[in-house]
Design a protein around this ligand. Structure first.
Ligand code: LP5
Ligand code: MN
Length: 240
């Protein structure tokens, strides 16, 4: 078991069409992550995931193998679903040694209570997205969807990705960011922790005064071609 820093990443959006990003992730898994005690992947590891048969895609297999090698080497790898890869399931967990996490999750990192989320649940004003989310997170819907042929599921995913890109063009920017009152509600309800999330692709350190306390909210960056995220060690947090 490694005893180094805790690493947090999200929004890599790995896809066969972005090999440089996949190479950067595999580089992280085979490099800096080996010294880490824990690697948290807070959602949207994949650009889309239509079911665990995606493991067999030749472009995905090296990612699965690199995750398995890191787990075997002693780093705990923990995965939270995002809005693109909410169908990552048990077969993926078994093939990689990764532990699937609930969202939100309150953990202690270096003795510091830290609330981890993908971030989409903080966007409460995005009514269209929240309707979509309620549908696709329903276990009965997921079971029916996963029973369809892989080719059909992939076609649906691509159709939905295109629809999402179109819809985002007419949504006001503040609707696609977190809702401030929801952030305060969640911080208060969770005991004023440090918060770390992704999803919005707006990397920033925010300070929220809540009931006379100051709470940190760290927003993770999305990946382009290089590995990027947060590292926590000796109670201090740095970007990489
Ligand atoms: O992902 P991104 O950054 O573009 O935008 C998100 C929200 N969009 C999504 C959709 C994903 O991009 C596509 C997910 C692919 C998953 C593939 C596997 C499962 C396939 C399922 C096939 C049915 O999450 C976007 C937010 C934005 O973040 C900011 O927060 O605004 O939300 C949308 O664009 C959603 C639209 O507003 C509404 C879509 C309506 C869909 C129809 C209703 C539900 C029926 C579902 C089943 C067919
Ligand atoms: Mn997301």
């Amino acid at each position: 078991m490694a005893s180094g820093p805790t690493l947090l990443v999200s929004d890599l959006h790995l896809s066969p069409s972005r090999p440089a990003t996949t190479a950067a992730f595999i580089g992280l898994l085979a490099g800096a992550a080996r010294d880490a005690a824990t690697l948290y992947i807070l959602g949207d590891l994949f650009d889309y995931w239509t079911g665990d048969e995606e493991i067999d895609d030749p472009a995905i297999r090296p990612v699965v193998d690199a995750l398995a090698a890191l787990s075997t080497a002693g780093t705990a790898v923990l995965f939270m679903h995002g809005n693109r890869d909410f169908l990552v399931g048990r077969r993926f967990a078994e093939a990689t040694g990764v532990t699937l996490l609930p969202d939100p999750l309150l953990v202690e990192i270096d003795g510091m209570p830290t609330l981890l989320l993908h971030g989409d649940t903080l966007c409460t004003e995005d009514a269209g997205y929240n309707r979509f989310r309620a549908t696709v997170r329903d276990p009965a819907w997921q079971q029916a969807f996963l029973a369809r042929p892989l080719a059909e599921r992939r076609a649906e995913a691509l159709r939905l990705r295109a629809l999402s890109e179109r819809e985002k063009q007419s949504k006001p920017a503040e609707i696609m960011d977190v809702t401030p009152s929801e952030v305060l509600r969640v911080l208060r309800a969770s005991g004023y922790p440090r918060m770390v999330h992704g999803h919005t692709h707006r990397p920033m350190q925010h300070l929220h005064p809540v009931d006379g306390r100051s709470c940190e909210r760290w927003v993770l960056p999305d990946w382009q071609d290089a590995a990027t995220g947060l590292a926590v060690e000796h109670r201090s947090l740095r970007r990489f």
